[in-house]
Design a protein around this ligand. Structure first.
Ligand SMILES: O=c1ccn([C@@H]2O[C@H](COP(=O)(O)OP(=O)(O)O[C@H]3O[C@H](CO)[C@@H](O)[C@H](O)[C@H]3O)[C@@H](O)[C@H]2O)c(=O)[nH]1
Ligand SMILES: [Mn+2]
Length: 742
């Protein structure tokens, strides 16, 4: 069955009907015309800057003009790279129902699912269990599905939770099948369905009792003896000896369900469920999530070696049991499958508040931009909700790289049983922390090392090797995940992304130098747009302080309202914001969400982009180290109340809040000063642009003023942050006149 090993079904031949269609977006022509006009406007602006620079009559004026020029160069660069997404966006549809009529179930390729978790106290095991159950309950032949849990937390609590999950699955899977349930994550199902019959009531009670047990164990921090029922379970926990810590421990691999023999209560086979905690040692690097995924790639190769792999974050449960069949609509297509590396579903989230105050939906990053890349050679890899062909991890489509042992080869057929001694032994060996030493894992094979955004980097490198990808965005979201619900948490997550992206910029794979050459100009620019994301901080920070400090000192730095150059600024501003608004609404957004999205863009520019860049440079100097701080998925009651009501949570002191608050203060002061002068009768024609910018920032900063002055709850601005920011803002104000005068 060579076809099956290549991630395709054996019945698909050249004459197979296709089960998907694609159409180009109607706005393409308009996008292109607008891009041409806007480019001319940008050139005019740069010319205007050049004039100003050459005509500046003092050093201070020169430096102000220079800073605005630099800002606009960065804005222009980001604008140009963004056009790559606007040149050929496409929309796809799939027809899984038709596929099921044509392709035999027995011809479906096998599927290995990888779920990563890293810390039971930040990622509640019960929610990881929900994710696993939701995919185990896929409408897909159970004997072809294996679910691997990677536990980087090395926690017996997580293992215990999955032992319980395995038992509960034997009730849950037939329950879903029999009642044709669509929400196959128990939490999601019980949140939206009240039990109306005794069967549902019973299964709900069973779920609740499992949840209580798991939460109990979590609270106690260890598995009490009375919770361990069988001999096999007891043996599994003996691995947690006294010397066992999360940074230092042997590999633990436990087969909890085996799809060749374990049956549910109705007699159907169940998918395999395998717990894997790779070996860790303080002396060898473990490469965070990429390392975890590579360990799973190897362990799964040894045990099941399915040609199709789904990667999921622990909080991303399946929201549609038909998803793998939808994926087959592409994988069975002989026209595309030879170079198809992966199929990405957008990251979508449950529990966003109505107006998505922290813009965690990331509509551009997760939907608008991937649609644009899909018209080129495919979306980036988003880290979760992505189906890979296993073969893609072993070199380009026409240049296969063989792994060091034949059992890891994507074409290798596993002949032995997953619980047999030789298989388990080999699985432990390939999960060892020294296995990768002097191999090509992480560089040529598997998920790629070298960036904290291993997802972005891996997808990008696969493209460079010649793989293509598809963006699959069905109406009913295929997966739903959690979002962070406090501002600092959001900023910390984004700071990690910033560091990861800058790592890509300064690597030899820089998308401008390496990317445009290997994957084409537009794809290279698209990847550049992502990886240069942190550079937004340069123009945003300059625009947040320089015009306002100049206004406070009565210095005009933009064209007067009556000058023609003023209209250029109006056009550039309205053009960029207007197009952003239209695209946002067009992809199903609301005006309020758009407003919050642009506000978060400014906030990120002043905080995480800035501090992430700083962290990266400190790391280069060897002053600090960076690591993957897992996003907290545990919800505090007051926090979630604030979040639901759309109230910002500043809560924890962080330097990132200081720069933000400083900008809010300076802008307010500048606006007040400007307005006062206007009321006193001074003509403000030459100050209008500065006053407008200050006013715009002030309106955007409303939640900050409120949190500083009016609130007394836990989510208010920490007093320390307020005091330090006021002090620093004053210092900036006092120092600035010197630079202006000199
Ligand atoms: O050492 C680690 C660190 C993290 N993880 C797992 O990685 C996933 C993502 O971590 P999370 O803290 O949720 O990060 P996010 O910023 O929310 O994740 C986004 O960004 C990451 C890259 O920074 C990608 O890996 C994710 O897929 C993408 O959803 C989680 O399942 C973690 O358990 C590990 O397995 N090992
Ligand atoms: Mn996450």
């Amino acid at each position: 069955m060579e076809g099956l090993r290549d991630c395709t079904t054996s019945s698909s031949t050249a004459s197979t009907p296709t089960f998907h269609t694609v159409r180009q977006a109607r706005r393409i022509a308009l996008n292109r015309v607008f891009a041409a006009i806007y480019s001319c406007a940008i050139l005019a602006l740069l010319y205007h800057h050049a004039l100003k620079l050459t005509h500046s009559n003092s050093l201070a004026a020169f430096f102000i003009s220079l800073s605005l020029f630099i800002s606009d160069i960065f804005l222009a660069f980001m604008w140009v790279t963004q056009q790559s997404f606007r040149m050929t966006p496409v929309y796809r549809s799939e027809f899984p129902e038709q596929l099921k009529q044509v392709v035999n179930e027995s011809d479906f390729p096998a599927l290995d699912v990888f779920i990563c978790t890293a810390d039971p106290y930040k990622e509640p095991p019960i929610s990881v269990v929900n994710t696993a159950l939701s995919v185990m309950a896929y409408d897909y032949p159970a004997e072809k599905v294996s679910v691997y849990i990677s536990d980087d937390g090395g926690s017996q609590i997580t293992l215990f939770a999955f032992m319980e999950a395995a038992k509960f699955a034997s009730h849950w899977l037939p329950f879903c099948r029999k009642n044709n349930i669509v929400d196959r994550s128990p939490d999601a199902y019980f949140a939206s369905n009240q039990p109306r019959c005794s069967e549902t009531q019973k299964i709900k009670e069973m779920y609740e009792s499992m949840k209580v047990k798991v939460d109990n164990v979590l609270e106690r921090g260890k598995v009490a003896d009375d919770y361990i029922t069988g001999e096999e379970e007891l043996t599994a926990f003996t691995k947690w000896t006294n010397g066992f810590t999360r940074q230092d421990h042997p590999a633990v691999i436990q087969v909890l369900l085996d799809n060749s023999k374990d049956k549910d209560i109705s007699g159907h086979l169940m998918p395999s469920l395998i717990y894997v905690s790779r070996e860790k040692s303080r002396t060898s690097p473990h490469h965070f999530k990429a390392g975890a995924l590579n360990a799973l790639l190897r362990v799964s190769a040894v045990m099941t070696n399915a040609p199709m792999i789904l990667t999921l974050d622990c909080d991303m449960y399946s929201n549609d049991p038909q998803t793998p069949i939808r994926v087959l609509c592409y994988l069975t297509d002989p026209k595309i499958r030879s170079t198809l590396g992966y199929i990405q579903f957008p990251q979508k989230f449950h529990g966003l508040n109505e107006n998505d105050i922290y813009a965690c939906e990331h509509k551009y990053m997760y939907i608008v931009n991937p649609l644009g890349m899909d018209g080129l050679s495919g979306p980036d890899y988003e880290g979760s909700g992505c189906f890979f062909c296993r073969r893609a991890f072993f070199g380009g489509p026409s240049s296969m790289i063989s792994p060091e042992i034949p059992e890891l080869n994507p074409h290798h057929v596993v002949a032995k049983h997953i619980q047999s001694q030789p298989i388990l032994e080999l699985a432990h060996k390939v999960a060892g922390c020294n296995f990768e030493n002097s191999t090509r894992w992480g560089y040529k094979i598997g998920f790629k090392y070298g960036s904290l955004v291993e997802d972005f980097f891996t997808g990008y490198r696969l493209k460079g090797e010649g793989w293509k990808a598809i963006f699959c965005n069905p109406k009913r979201p295929a997966f739903l995940g959690d979002v962070p619900i406090s501002l600092v948490e959001v900023l910390v997550q984004c700071k990690r992304w910033t560091v990861g992206l800058i790592e890509v910029v300064f690597s030899k794979y820089n998308p401008i130098t390496f990317g445009t050459k290997t994957i084409g100009l537009l794809m290279g620019l698209a990847y550049a747009h992502y990886s240069f994301w942190p550079s937004w901080s340069i123009p945003i920070t300059i625009y947040a302080f320089i015009p306002q400090l100049a206004l406070l000192n009565g210095v005009s730095i933009f064209p007067k309202v009556s000058e023609p150059w003023f209209f250029l600024y109006v056009f550039l501003f309205l053009g960029a914001y207007g197009q952003h608004l239209l695209e946002f609404i067009f992809e199903g957004g609301t005006i309020q969400r758009w407003w919050n999205d642009q506000r978060m863009w400014m906030i990120r520019g002043l905080s995480c982009f800035l501090f992430g860049s700083l962290e990266y440079f400190l790391k280069c100097l060897g002053i600090s180290t960076t690591s993957f701080n897992v996003t907290n998925k545990v919800v505090d009651d007051e926090q979630s109340k604030n979040y639901e009501q759309g109230v910002f949570d500043f809560g924890v002191p962080s330097p990132m809040l200081v720069s933000l608050t400083m900008s809010a203060i300076i802008n307010l002061a500048a606006l007040v000063r400007g307005l006062t002068e206007a009321f006193m009768g001074r003509k403000m024609e030459e100050m209008f642009v500065q006053m407008f910018i200050a006013g715009f920032v002030v309106v955007n900063s409303a939640p900050i003023y409120e949190a500083m002055v009016l609130r007394s709850d836990k989510g208010r601005m920490p007093i320390k942050t307020t005091v330090v920011s006021i002090f620093l803002a004053l210092a900036l104000y006092v120092l600035f006149p010197f630079t202006v005068r000199n």
